[in-house]
Design a protein around this ligand. Sequence first.
Ligand code: PEP
Ligand code: MG
Length: 545
Amino acid sequence: MGKEVALHGVSAAPGVATGKAVVLDRASTHQARIIPLASRASELVRARHSLDVVATEMDQIASGLREGGRVDEADIVETGALMAADPGLASRVEVLVMQFGRSAGDALREAAEGSAEELAQLPDPMLAERADDVRSIGRRAAARANGVAPGATGGVLVAASLGPADVAEIAMNVRGIALAGGGVTAHAAIVARSLGMPMVVGLGADVLNLRDGEEVVLDGDTGVLFLQPEPGRITAARADVDRRQAARQNAVARRLDPAKTQDGHRLTVLANSASVAEVIEALEQGAEGVGLLRSELSFLDAHMWPSRAQHVAFLKPILARLEGKTATVRLLDFGGDKTPPFLRGTASRGIDLLLETPDALTDQLAAILDAGEGVTLRILVPMVTSSEQLRGVRRLLATVLDGRPTPPVGAMIETPEAARDAGEIARECDFFSIGTNDLTQLVLGLDREQSKSAPVTDMRVLRLIDATVRAGHAAGIPVDVCGEAASDAVAMPVLVGLGVDELSVAAARVGEVRESIRGLTYADSRDAAEKRLLDQPADAGRKGR
Ligand code: PEP
Ligand code: MG
C-alpha cells in the first residue's frame, strides 16, 4: 500500500465517512478510454448488466421505503427503476459503446446525460423535472460498471460540484461527499448538513483524478480527504461513525425532554427542511415543528412557475407529518444559486421576484392554505427589504382566504436593509426569522457559493442581529434564527444570549442542538453575547444603535 496522502479542502458538513471513492465527474484532462473493436460486445454486456443491477437495486430501495411508511419517496425511487429500464437509454448506450468505443462507465454517464438533456427540453414541467433522475441512474450504473459495490457499503462521492437536488438524491447511496469546488453556504452544503452527510468542498481539481473504487477517509470536521488511508485512520473513522450514531440514539431517547438551559430558560427548537425524510428525522430527534420549509428547493428544475396543484402536491406529504405542530412554509426564494431555468438572467430575488409575478405568488399562498389544514401554519417571506413587501403579501393572501383564518406572516431578516429597518418591518409581521446565511454574506460582502467561511460572530453581523432581536421584542413578536448559525457550536450560545426565542436547524442536528442548550446557562450566554458586542474595536462598537 502507498503512503497516506491528505487533500485539504474546507469543511462544509460535519461527520466522518470511510469507503470507496465514487467519482462522478472526471478532470477535464481525462481522456475517454477507447475500447478496441473486439472487446466492445462484452463491454456492452457489462453496461447493460449495470443498468439491470441499478433497476433491481432501486426496486429494493423502494420496497424498503414503502415498508417504512415513506410512500412518496418509494414512488419517486420506483420511477427511477423504470427509467433505468428505458429502451431509449439502452440504445444510446449501445451506440456509444459499439460505434464510439466508449467504456461501459463512460457510455452510461454520457447516455444518461443525453437523455436528461432531451427531457429537460420538454414543455411538460413534470417530465422536465425528471432530467436529474436520469442523470442519477447514469451515475449509479457507471459506478456499478466500475466495480463500486452498491447499497449498504456506500462510498464517498467525488465530484466537481453538485446542486442541492443532486445531494438529496445521492444521499441514499453514499456516506460522504468530496467536491473539487463549491462553497460552505451553498445550498448543496445545506442539504448535506440537513441529511447528516459529511461533506468537504474546495479540494481542487486533483481530486477528480482519483480512481473509482479507491479506499478513502473523508473528514467533514476538518475538511480533509485522505487517500490510501493508514489502517489506524480507518479504524478511528469507523469508531467516530459509531460514536455519532450513539449520540443520535441519545437524542432520540431524550426527544420529549424540553430544550431548557440549566437556569430554566426555554427555547423552541424547530427544523429546516425541504422533504419528508428530513421532517421524519427532525421529529425523531425532538423537533417541535418546522421553522423553515424551503419550498423552492424542489422546483429548481422547473420550466415555469409552479401551479397551485404542484405546490399542494409538494407540501401535502410534508405537512401531513406535522399535524398539530408548527409548519413554517417559506414562499419561493428563487434567485442566486437557486435559479430555475425559466428565471435565468433575472436579477431579482426572493419576495421581489414574487411580487413581480403576483399570479404565481397568489397560487402559492392558496396552496399553502389548502395543504396546511391541521398544522399550526406560518408563512415566511424571503429576502425582505421593506415593510411594503409584507403589505403586498398580505393583500394577496386576503384574496385566497376563503373564510379561513389568516396564518401568521413572518419576515426573513437576512438583508442589511431589513435588519436596519426591523422596527418598521415588525409592525407589518407576526414573527421574525433571521437568515444568518445571507445576512452574513451580504454584510461582509462574501460570495455565498464560493465562500470558505461565514463568520456570523463578526461584530458587524452581531450588531444587526442584536438590533433585530430588540426591535422584534419591542414589537412583541418572537424572533427565530433559521440560518446555519443556529446550530453552530460557537454562534448558537451567543444567539441564545442575544435573546432569540426559537432556533431552526438542519434536521440531522436537532438533537445535538437541544442537548447543547441543556448544557448552557442563560446568564452565561448573555454575558458571552454582551462581551462579543463590546470586545470589538472601538470603531465597531455599539454606538449608533
Ligand atoms: C439564510 O439566508 O440564512 C436562510 C436561512 O435562507 P437560505 O439559506 O435558504 O437562503
Ligand atoms: Mg437566505
